[in-house]
Design a protein around this ligand. Structure first.
Ligand code: PLP
Length: 455
């Protein structure tokens, strides 16, 4: 018997579920000591319930993925039905579920992005995108941005701009990644203001393409997600599209978080009428009921592989159960009109969060689109001084936003916090009353940060 089995035998099924989970599994991106995961016993609609019977509003759709809420019967049934009919067959075989998922995903993709590599996560979707971009262009480097997260596997973490790369591929250089300035107007890296800046952050990407050489692709989250819900200024994405086209560089839109109605469009690029050469997505494609990643490529990109071998593959590529879930999820988005609903309810959510901004001196900025919002905290509004830095987060120092998140949980609201901001991104099925419930919880929780503001 090893130590962990010893721990397990001491556990009673309910009380020690948290302890056993902590003993047998890893907490992601954090030190393991003192990890005490909450034991959740049920999730339904926009709420979940812990083992003590306390109910929480899911105000971040877990990791911005449970877009359809919890306990959707139609998706559960589609999964069960496919598992009975043919849970797994090699990707080499044609199956009705594969053909139908292809047709359904193609029907909602922007432009003519209608050839897909179906994997099992966002990071894998990006790995495939980078490999494809390098194969098609015959070039090796990728331009990404500092405020970005593209996944945890080798290529995707190298292309990640946030501190999670520091321990994995400190320079990004090993994997041929270069980082461009962010379209982060509240903290413009040049200290300029839009529109007088004339989109210097986009123009600098062209400068990089010219002077770096060997650039295969530019990868962007059209609205940066975890790193701040950064909605780009008008014209930014169109300018990147124009630069990439003129320079023969592929544009990859990472819509792992922003896809599937989150921003009030099927995909965030639609807000600006931009069609990338490659679009990657995951999360909301199945509403997170089953893992699925998608790398969607344009016809031009796909045509390259007519006479060149695709240098990629997975056992679980095009997994039938995941694709059945995607078909059912797309049907739910459509029949419940969830994309339009996100657009509409987003206006209400934005208004409510701006009311919080007026009431709480610790809020520096509120920004968002659709049902995708950030509340950025500051200890000094006039100077836009952040409470914490990436280095604080990377080293595991206590950070203010975590105290706000903990208080929100005490208030019955689960919300994602990241360094200096909260990410408010409820399931698209949420009702106005539940939004008001979440905002009330945040109102109380933000007092924790207000008490720490410099006066
Ligand atoms: N890309 C973006 C924009 C993401 O937000 C994430 C995860 O949050 C990923 C990629 C990685 O996705 P996954 O965790 O499914 O590998």
């Amino acid at each position: 018997m090893n130590d962990r089995e010893g721990t397990s035998s001491m556990c009673t099924p309910s009380a020690d579920t948290g302890a056993a989970t902590a003993a047998y599994t890893f907490a992601t991106w954090s030190k393991q000591r003192d990890w005490t995961p909450l034991h959740v016993v049920q999730a339904e609609g926009c709420h979940f319930v812990d083992a003590a019977g306390r109910r929480y509003l899911d105000f971040s759709s877990q990791l911005v993925c449970s877009n359809l809420g919890h306990g959707n019967a139609a998706i559960a049934e589609a999964i069960a039905e496919q598992a009975r009919r043919g849970a797994y067959l090699s990707p080499a075989f044609a199956m009705e579920v594969r053909a139908e998922a292809g047709r359904r995903v193609a029907a909602v993709m922007p432009g003519r992005l209608d050839r897909f590599f179906f994997s099992t996560s966002g990071t894998e979707a990006n790995e495939a995108a980078f490999k494809i971009a390098r194969a098609v262009t015959g070039r090796s480097k990728i331009i990404s941005r500092y405020h970005s997260y593209h996944g945890s596997t080798a290529g995707s973490i190298a292309a990640t701009g946030d501190h999670r790369r520091w321990g994995a591929d400190p320079s990004g250089i090993a994997a041929g990644v270069r980082f461009a300035p962010d379209a982060y107007c509240y903290r413009c890296p040049f200290g300029w203001h839009y529109p007088a800046c004339d989109l210097a952050c986009a123009k600098y990407v062209e400068y990089m393409i010219e002077h770096e050489g060997d650039i295969a692709a530019v990868v962007v989250e059209p609205v940066v997600g975890t790193n701040g819900v950064l909605v780009p200024p008008e014209g930014y994405l169109a300018r990147l599209r124009e630069i990439c086209t003129r320079r023969g560089v592929l544009l990859i839109a990472d819509e792992v978080m922003t896809g599937w109605g989150r921003t009030g469009e099927w995909f965030a690029v639609n807000h600006w009428g931009v069609v990338p050469d490659i679009l990657t997505t995951a999360k909301g494609v199945t509403g997170a009921y089953v893992p699925l990643g998608v790398t969607a490529v344009s016809r031009d990109v796909a045509a390259y592989f007519d006479d060149h071998a695709l240098p990629h593959g997975h056992t679980y590529e095009g997994h039938p159960v995941a694709l059945a879930a995607a078909i059912a999820a797309i049907r739910e988005y459509q029949t419940q009109n969830l994309i339009g609903r996100a657009r509409q309810l987003g206006l209400y959510l934005g208004e409510q969060l701006r009311t919080l901004e007026r009431a709480h001196p610790s809020i520096g900025d509120v920004r968002g689109i659709g049902l995708f919002w950030a509340i950025e905290l500051t200890k000094d509004r006039s100077q836009r001084q952040p409470f914490n830095t990436r280095a604080d987060k990377a080293s595991g120092r206590p950070i203010v936003v975590n105290a706000v998140v903990a208080e929100a949980m005490r208030q019955g609201v689960y919300v994602m916090g990241w360094i200096n901001h909260l990410v408010v991104a409820p399931p698209l099925i949420i009702a106005e009353e539940a939004i008001a419930e979440g905002v009330r919880g945040l109102d109380r929780a933000l007092d924790v940060a207000d008490a720490l503001v410099d006066v």
